[in-house]
Ligand binder design. Sequence first.
Ligand code: URA
Length: 247
Amino acid sequence: MTDQKLRLDRLLANMGYGSRKDIQALVKHGRITLDGHAVTEADMHVVAAPDLSARLRIAGEALDPPPGVIVMLHKPLGVTCSHKEAGPLVYDLLPLRWRARKPAISSVGRLDKETSGLLLMTDDGALLHRIIAPKSNVTKRYRATLARPLSGKEADVLASGTLMLDGETKPLLPVVMSIERDRDGETIVEVTLSEGRYHQVRRMFAALGNHVTALHRVAIGKLLLPPDLAAGKLRPLQDSELRAIFL
Ligand code: URA
């Protein structure tokens, strides 16, 4: 997270509150307050620390999270993480003002259009790279619904670190699998991955002779998707939640 001293008008313009001229007009009309006092100079310097949201009010509203924000989104089915794919984007789920922020908010890795669950988004490039860097060893846990019952060999093959995906030359790193249900025509497993290859979970079960019919990400590291975060909703991470990613 950045704790830089920045010019107020530049900071607010970069956070999507309008042009620097718009910010100057808000100051002129006494619409921006810091610690309860009207700001008189649009070019005053402020520290862009997380507590600024509680201290600075714009037209009576608390400031959005300052730069260095990281949010969790409960990604619904049917939205894409990439501008290259057709269909609505995860970025369309951000509040309008957040979509105009500089630096922009990006997804931390990707989920397929037909995968739901926990997706992190941040404007902090260094943090993003720390989460996805292989040396950070941040695991990802998915719940997969399978089309066919298990053969009984899947957990051992996945744990062996020898499974090869179609078209690849390096076997997968070991994957931990646990069975949530495998009866009455319903097969649901959880898998924990230490890497993130393209469509990995779907291709992994294809290599095992099965087929994923539904896929949901439940955790990144020890950070769980909170049960009260409905599909399509997002909220900033608390410090303890950020730490849980790296546990
Ligand atoms: N594996 C997949 O197949 N899809 C995802 O979205 C994530 C992991």
